[in-house]
Write a protein that binds this ligand. Structure first.
Ligand code: MF3
Ligand code: CO
Length: 259
């Protein structure tokens, strides 16, 4: 069942998205070599609660933290820990979600810590580009496959692997709603997009092969070939004009993005 959101509900999701954007900006600034991923998690929870929102990841299916902090070959769902120290040269993905007045927002970014190699920088940049190529396809009348197709084409044109085992998703009162949004696919295929659909679009792109494994902690997903991975995500809505609005990136106008 796909739950379409009305204008009032979209306004609620806009407020949740604006707070999440603020939280992620603060987290991005806070990342320094030598700090633990647990410190970043504590800071995230403080920021979320300061805004009177609820960390959506905490206790989600037993998940023990408010963010996922995934380093290097970790794709997603890295569990923050005191003994995981962020190092110069690392590629760090931070994924975070919150609930405001019952409405969810979900967003992730990837940064290089200190100086990183041009190859790693390129991966991070292309992953963001993949997101923007994908979200431009989130237009009423298009299909879910148009999003995945755009993401896949861009990633693979750079020789990267598109993670297939994890996808984006509908979002609203629940973090994960229908439809799922794969980062690969056929143009014109899949669910037709309609005004009021709220989606989390989240390309996960590996420098090498797309195959992944789960670690014994039951959460952390790593690339099977240990290649570096990058992740970028926003919560968006197909608005009443049939166009995508980035709820977790307030004020961002897609037309201004030079691609
Ligand atoms: N943000 C993730 C997603 O995009 C979900 C995190 S799972 C959790 O689907 F358990 F960490 F919450
Ligand atoms: Co998500």
């Amino acid at each position: 069942m796909i739950y379409l959101k009305n204008a009032q509900q979209i306004e609620c999701m806009r407020k949740a998205g604006a707070i999440l954007f603020e939280v992620l900006c603060r987290l991005r600034e806070a990342i320094k070599p030598g700090m633990s991923t647990a410190e970043l998690d504590v800071y995230a929870e403080q920021l979320i609660r300061k805004h009177k929102a609820i960390p959506s990841f905490l206790d989600y299916n037993g998940y023990p933290a408010s963010i996922c902090a995934s380093l290097n070959e970790e794709v997603v769902h890295g569990i923050p820990a005191d003994n995981v120290i962020i190092q110069e040269g690392d590629v760090l993905s931070v994924d975070c979600g919150l609930i405001l007045d019952g409405w969810q927002s979900d967003s992730a970014f990837t940064v290089g810590v200190g100086q990183i190699s041009p190859e790693k920088q390129k991966l991070i940049q292309v992953t963001e580009e993949c997101f923007f190529k994908g979200v431009r396809q989130a237009i009423a009348g298009n299909h879910v496959g148009d999003i995945g197709h755009a993401v896949q084409e861009h990633a693979e044109s750079h020789g990267y692997g598109v993670i297939r085992d994890l996808t984006g998703h509908g979002i609203g009162r629940n973090m994960h709603e229908e439809p799922s949004i794969p980062n690969f696919g056929k143009a014109g295929h899949g669910v037709k997009l309609r005004p009021g659909m709220a989606l989390a679009i989240e390309p996960m792109i590996a420098m090498g092969d797309w195959r992944v494994e789960e670690l014994e902690d039951g959460w952390t997903i790593v690339t099977a070939d240990s290649s570096i991975c990058s992740h970028y995500e926003h919560t968006i809505v197909v608005n009443e004009n049939g166009l995508p609005e980035l709820l977790s990136y307030p004020g961002f106008a897609l037309t201004e993005e030079a691609q």
